[in-house]
Design a binder for this molecule. Structure first.
Ligand SMILES: [Zn+2]
Length: 441
């Protein structure tokens, strides 16, 4: 922890939330996928140590060596109310330092922001959870209801070695839990010049497939019609070019109606994509929540310029609307044709829950006590979170990591992006709102 770029006034101490998030960023918990990972153990031990300092007794669970999750139950004032799972993940996606303007794992503080891989996804929220717990317990108080606080491994590879592992092998850890809050929601956007907050009330389903094309291996100079690379390229292009139709779910119908109301436009006359575009930086997320997406993400074939390989493979990241998984898979199969083998590498369900009820009311109440009058809108996440695993236990998950952000910051664009960064004052805001919510709900 010796040296790092820090141009903030050293006389101004960092808020604890920023300190915790910075320390967590410095643990390089890169998850490369397909079982390759730096592991989460060091970060998990850091988190556990902090929890012990609050008088709690966290448990650490290794699904495999180095793949550590942390869980602790915090007794609430009302032990009869359903427990709330408050969770984050400790792993991050890879970061290529060549493309970043700072070292992605140094925890740089610059221009009033904390920079680094995980500043957005989601060591920011991990830190906010720890700081909020400290605020409540440190004041000699208790949360309103039992909390099950979890920091999972492996979220960035579908949670197989983290949330799914714990839900499948240790379901008793989540006994009595009815609802959960976590990432990719709760942040502010600017809509028609006004600040509004997105509460994530659903997630698309995901299907990660591999396309396999086989052909004749041969000298690169031969006349070969059965070329695996050509066949794969045709299939990949067909999937990548497919424009999936818009289909609105309950969540997106409600969201678009709210956007139209705030902008004072007629939703019958302004199309869904156009309404989504009005959300500015969030429109990339929201447009993708209106339809299925099928993005080619990785190609693998060949080993020498003058050798035709007999095998070519591509990975496709499919995100369907909840419930449409099988129909989309069937259509993908017909798009690529019978000559291409489709291997499903990983799939997980979509979720959609009501934008209403006591938790949603409490979230809106907490936000309004700290940012009066700002509209709170439901949205369907185009990606997925550990809430999918918790849903197997009947736990309704929401995305709520509250952050009040400046209008010009493209926060949604920084998920898995370059130069991830979060304003220090947004972390302070998040700590306060989360403390409020956990104290009152
Ligand atoms: Zn995440």
């Amino acid at each position: 922890m010796a040296s790092w770029a820090d141009d903030t006034d050293p006389a101004t101490p960092l808020d604890l939330t920023a300190e915790l998030a910075r320390d967590l960023i410095r643990f390089d918990t890169t998850n490369y996928g397909e079982g390759r990972s730096n592991g989460e153990t060091d970060a998990a031990e850091y988190v556990a140590e902090h929890l012990r300092g609050l008088g709690l007794a966290p448990e650490l669970f290794d699904s495999e060596p180095g793949r550590t999750s942390v869980v602790v139950r915090v007794p609430g004032r009302n032990r009869d109310a359903g427990a709330l799972v408050v969770h984050g993940h400790l792993d991050v996606v890879p970061a290529d330092p060549e493309t970043w303007s700072v070292d992605p794992f140094a925890g740089v503080i610059k221009d009033g922001l904390l920079w680094g891989r995980g500043a957005v996804d989601m060591k920011n929220m991990d830190a906010m959870i720890l700081a909020a717990l400290g605020d409540i317990l440190g004041a000699g108080e208790a949360p309103a209801r039992d909390l099950i606080v979890a920091f999972f491994a492996d979220e960035e590879a579908g949670g197989v070695l983290g949330s799914h592992y714990l839900v499948d092998t240790r379901p008793e850890l989540f006994a009595g839990a009815t609802e959960a809050i976590s990432e990719v929601g709760g942040y502010s956007i600017t809509l028609g010049g006004q600040r509004a907050y997105l509460l994530q009330t659903g997630e698309k389903a995901l299907i990660w497939i591999k396309l396999v094309a086989r052909g004749d291996a041969a000298h690169g100079s031969r006349l070969i019609r059965n070329n695996a690379v050509t066949k794969l390229a045709t299939a990949v292009a067909a999937i990548g070019r497919r424009e999936w139709p818009i289909r609105l779910t309950d969540t997106t119908t409600q969201l678009l109606a709210e956007i139209a109301r705030i902008l004072d436009v007629d939703p019958q006359r302004v199309g869904p994509d156009e309404l989504a575009l009005a959300t500015g930086t969030a429109s990339g997320f929201i447009q993708a929540s209106l339809r299925t997406t099928t993005n080619p993400t990785l190609l693998k074939a060949g080993y020498k310029h003058n050798v035709i390989p007999d095998l070519a493979e591509a990975l496709i990241d499919i995100r369907t609307l909840p419930g449409e998984e099988d129909a989309v898979l069937a259509e993908v199969a017909s798009l690529v044709g019978p000559d291409i083998e489709i291997v499903v590498m990983h799939r997980d369900i979509g979720l959609e829950t009501d934008f209403g009820g006591p938790l949603v009311d409490a979230v809106v109440g907490s936000l309004h006590r700290h940012d009066p009058g700002a509209p709170v809108l439901p949205y369907l996440l185009s990606a997925g979170t550990d809430n999918k695993a918790l849903s197997k236990l009947g736990i309704r998950g929401y995305g709520f990591a509250p952050l009040r952000l400046p209008a010009e910051l493209d926060f949604p664009g920084m998920f898995h992006g370059v130069d991830e960064r979060v304003p220090l004052d947004a972390l302070v805001f998040g700590r306060r709102v989360l403390t409020d919510l956990l104290s009152t709900y």
